[in-house]
Design a protein around this ligand. Structure first.
Ligand code: NAD
Length: 428
């Protein structure tokens, strides 16, 4: 979401389209087109060699009508204010569509974390909190890990906040490590959430999951658990996954004629999602080119790696057998490809509904922090299933009632809920 595409303009365009569908009062639309509050600040960090470096930090709070702002902190060298604004707006819609009582936020620092030592990273995290502690908190704004940030970093940030306000406050950051205030089930949450929505879509389309095949792009956190879930929760088979090979600096698709075993592939995958090709070949897997996943003869396609992967070119390769596109990644489908999917009658589960499992379990984490009582993994995943199923069915009902595509329906449900909260609070 950097370079030539201005993510914030894209987010505003999407919003304007739905504002028109909803026949929204232009004044109300004006409130939601822009973030409610924005913070831009400098983060001085003492480096290990004794020099001082100053980094650019951001936090954007888009809308908190439904509850405290929620959204990740990204450490990325090409982070911009506009990227953060767009992501904060998308978080408002994601929390609303999942019907969790939170608003939207996002933050970041312009930095490549790979260039920092562990102690420099810790000082940077504490520095971010020094700038923002008056404006975050379990009842104000609850950040989480995102691109370039980790559970350990959330632990440092939570510690700094707790010291500054003089009170142990685990609920100020989510995505903390297990044993340090984190929740069971967070690792599986997004991938399993994808599968709960796929299961509901299959019911709607009268498909038999146990006779279904899926193909996935990606083999990181989301794709691994989506593949496992498709097999273990639905009884289906997975034809392939794809991944970025760090040695060859290119992407490959890894497939198996009888269906892949994601737990085996997980055992030969490094922490960056790169699969050991030789070990895969020894086990009977075939290594194909990066695009092979999208042309597989399957019932369900799950892009779960990067944005813009289903585009005007690649969409032409989708087999006639495909009935469902489940968007595990953020923004995997371009507007041009979207039109092709619509015309071919492929059922789309839009990203901010499909991958809302992660933020839903983050919400469960802050609830558990508040209670100081922790649920088992089974309890967390059961509650997640309930939330995802309800969210999917609310969007499907809107899509059928208004005769609109699922992506528009998801926006209509989300924006409608935010507006209702603003009305109930007397803001509009
Ligand atoms: P990750 O970093 O764990 O995994 C990314 C995967 O994509 C890796 O397996 C990598 O090898 C693969 N990949 C990279 N380039 C590729 C290419 N050109 N072709 C094929 N595969 C490629 O990331 P993740 O957490 O799994 O996130 C994936 C997507 O899901 C992102 O769009 C992210 O924003 C979105 N998302 C993640 C979560 C979450 O909880 N992790 C929640 C919501 C949305």
């Amino acid at each position: 979401m950097s370079g030539t595409i201005n993510a914030f303009e894209m987010a505003q365009r999407q919003f304007d389209h739905v504002a028109e569908l909803l026949n929204l009062d232009p004044q109300i639309a004006e409130i939601l087109r822009q973030p409610a509050r924005e913070f831009s600040f400098r983060v001085p960090v003492r480096m290990d060699d004794g020099t001082l470096r100053v980094f650019q930090g951001f936090r954007v709070q888009h809308n908190d009508a439904r509850g405290p702002n929620k959204g990740g902190i990204r450490f990325h060298p090409s982070e911009t204010f506009d990227t953060v604004r767009a992501l904060a707006m998308w978080m408002t819609w994601k929390c609303a569509v999942a019907d969790i009582p939170l608003g939207g936020g996002k933050g970041g620092i312009v930095v490549d974390p790979a260039t920092l030592s562990t102690t420099e990273k810790e000082r940077m995290c504490r520095g971010w909190v020094h700038n923002m502690w008056r404006n975050i908190g379990p009842r104000q704004d609850v950040p989480a890990p995102d691109v370039g940030t980790t559970p350990q970093m959330m632990g440092w940030m939570m510690d700094e906040y707790s010291k500054l306000i003089g009170e142990y406050t685990p609920g100020v950051f989510t995505g903390k490590p297990l044993g340090g205030g984190g929740s069971e089930g967070r690792t599986e949450a997004t991938g399993y959430g994808v599968i709960f929505t796929v299961r509901e879509a299959m019911k709607h389309l009268n498909m038999d999951p146990s006779k279904s095949w899926a193909a996935l792009q990606g083999f990181g956190n989301v794709a691994q658990y989506a593949a496992i879930g498709f097999i273990e929760l639905l009884g289906g088979k997975v034809a392939c996954v794809s991944y970025w090979d760090r040695e060859d600096r290119t992407a490959y698709t890894v497939s198996h004629a009888d269906g892949i075993d994601p737990r085996f592939l997980q055992s030969i995958t490094d922490q960056y999602g790169s699969i050991d090709k030789d070990k895969a070949r020894e086990a009977g897997y075939v290594i194909e080119d990066s695009e092979a996943w999208i042309s597989k003869d399957v019932d369900v396609l799950i892009p779960a790696a990067l944005e813009g992967q289903v585009n005007d070119e690649s969409v032409q390769k989708i087999s006639d057998r495909v009935k469902i596109l489940a968007e595990g990644a953020n923004g995997p489908t371009t507007p041009e490809a979207d039109e092709v999917l619509k015309s071919r009658g492929i059922f789309d589960i839009p990203d901010f509904l499909c991958n809302a499992g992660g933020v839903t379990v983050s919400y469960f984490e802050s609830v558990q922090n508040d209670m100081n009582f922790y649920w088992t993994k089974e309890e967390v995943l059961k509650k997640l299933d309930t939330k995802m199923t309800q969210a999917f069915n609310a969007v499907l009902a809107m899509s059928e009632k208004e005769k609109v595509y699922m992506r528009d329906a998801a926006y209509m449900v989300a924006i409608g809920r935010v507006i209702k909260a603003m009305e109930l609070r007397g803001w509009i």
